[in-house]
Design a protein around this ligand. Structure first.
Ligand code: CU
Length: 481
């Protein structure tokens, strides 16, 4: 039997509290507002909401206000990767949801609208809320309804918000999360650029990149085995012409969140050091000079850094398979003049003559077949020794040595190519330059080339593995293309 067909008891508990209460009592009668009198004195404003990666402007007010937040839940089919669609659920039609910015001490009047075309009831649990469920039960909203609740933003900090309608993990996995910043009374120090980045893990029936509309995979979610781990809801949401940008010398502040639902992020920007980290989104900029900061599922971090050198800086989760195989990659492009005293770029690339390493070989090389060795020797004498000499020593400056040849031993497939194709042009063998012409030995068949090279790679002090006719064949096939 399917493991998740019988719901966990917690599900029943949640259903009995938030969902059923929310649904059965819909429309929820507006609760008498106990703070109506005090609120009446506050100036009223509408919150500025932004799509990722943008952040609303800093709050310049010095006194509290009543801030109205209007957020509409939208279920929509969007692109999760090139050629791959997913049925996202969202706060405001974007994943992560709209960025909300209020000030410590503000009274927030929250309006949650559930679009009539949606199929599921939804709600919102804001981690910035002090009160049961973070507002989840108070905001349970059926499709085609709008609910309202109010809270006072007592604690400053950067908080995740998310849907908490059952099944909760599925709503979160579908993209129902975002960030709300409660600016401290004194404000945040002004910086040049602010951006909004949220990581999330996604569970599709198909593997990463498998095209078409991909359904949600509950079992992969339970197993914590995502097909995608993404910044801002899709592969490429922050690359190419969607990369975030800054100018050399500017200070960048990233509001980083992690919607989860499962994974913890080891957030890192390749080639930068965070000058300042507000660990876990608290208001104490408690850490200086940090390479990688943890962002818990359902948590956040604020990082700040000055960009001193132009170029592309890659945002990653340093659990690095996620970056290379599951999509966790964003780019910050820094424009400006080069800064060679801070970073020079590559200054040279030359051949490095090293002593052989006296490490024990990891994989013992099988002794070459004696028959192969002796036929290889005969063929070598007939075809190669005129130039490379019977003892493989070559002739200084004219014919490169094969005995103890670093060039020969470094790359088996390349040496097959040299024999089949010949070689001309500059070449370095054991530190000595050669610029001669070796004729293509195309009259030799695969077997013969294999035995010659097996002999050469195991004579005069050379020690290497055998060359098979199969390998020669595949090099020959590649050449033909
Ligand atoms: Cu929801």
């Amino acid at each position: 039997m399917n493991r998740h067909s019988r719901p966990h008891p917690l599900f029943a508990l949640l259903a009995a509290t938030s969902l059923s209460v929310g649904l059965l009592s819909l429309p929820v009668p507006a609760q008498a507002a106990p703070t109506a009198q005090t609120q009446a004195a506050l100036p009223v404003e509408n919150a500025v909401l932004t799509d990722p990666p943008m952040v609303p402007p800093a709050i310049t007010r010095k006194t509290p206000a009543k801030v109205i937040v209007d957020l509409e839940v939208q279920e929509f089919i969007g692109t999760i990767a090139d050629g791959v669609q997913y049925n996202f659920w969202s706060f405001g039609g974007v994943v992560p949801g709209k960025f909300i910015r209020v000030r410590e001490g503000d009274s927030v009047e929250f309006h949650l609208k559930n679009h009539p075309d949606n199929k599921s009831p939804h709600n919102i649990d804001l981690h910035a809320v002090t009160g049961p469920g973070g507002g989840a039960k108070a905001s349970m909203t059926a499709p085609g309804h709008e609910t309202t609740f109010s809270f006072k933003a007592i604690n400053p900090g950067l908080y995740i918000y998310h849907c908490a309608a059952p099944p909760v993990p599925m709503h979160i996995a579908n993209g129902m999360y975002g960030l709300i910043l409660v600016e401290p009374k004194a404000g945040l120090k002004p910086v040049d650029k602010e951006y909004y980045v949220v990581q999330g893990d996604f569970y599709t029936k198909g593997a990463f990149g498998e095209p078409g509309l991909q359904p949600f995979d509950m079992q992969k979610g339970i197993d914590e085995n995502p097909s995608y781990v993404l910044f801002n809801g899709s592969v490429g949401a922050m690359t190419g012409d969607k990369a975030i940008t800054a100018k050399k010398g500017e200070t960048v502040r990233l509001f980083v969140g992690n919607g989860g639902p499962n994974l913890i992020s080891s957030f890192h920007v390749i080639g930068e050091i965070f000058d300042l980290v507000y660990t876990e989104g608290g208001t104490d900029a408690n850490q200086k000079n940090v390479q990688t900061t943890l962002v818990p599922a359902g948590g956040s971090a604020i990082v700040e850094f000055k960009v001193d050198v132009p170029g592309n800086y890659i945002l990653v989760d340093h659990s690095i398979f996620r970056t290379f195989n599951k999509g966790t990659l964003g780019i910050l492009t820094v424009n400006g003049e080069a800064q060679p005293d801070v970073f020079s770029g590559q200054q040279s690339d030359k051949i490095y003559q090293a002593q052989p390493m006296n490490k024990a070989p990891v994989k013992p090389v099988a002794a070459p077949d004696l028959k192969v060795m002796s036929s290889g020797q005969n063929l070598y004498v007939a075809n190669c020794s005129a130039c490379h000499q019977t003892d493989g020593a070559g002739m200084a400056g004219v014919f490169p040595p094969l005995a103890k040849s670093d060039y020969l031993m470094a790359d088996k497939l390349r040496s097959i190519g040299v024999v089949l194709k010949g070689h001309s042009g500059k070449i370095q063998v054991n530190g000595q330059g050669y610029d001669g012409e070796m004729p293509a030995m195309s009259h030799l068949n695969n077997e013969q080339v294999a035995s010659i090279l097996t002999y050469v790679r195991n004579s005069w002090g050379n020690k290497g593995d055998s060359v098979s006719a199969e390998e020669v064949k595949s090099v020959r096939a590649k050449m033909a293309k």
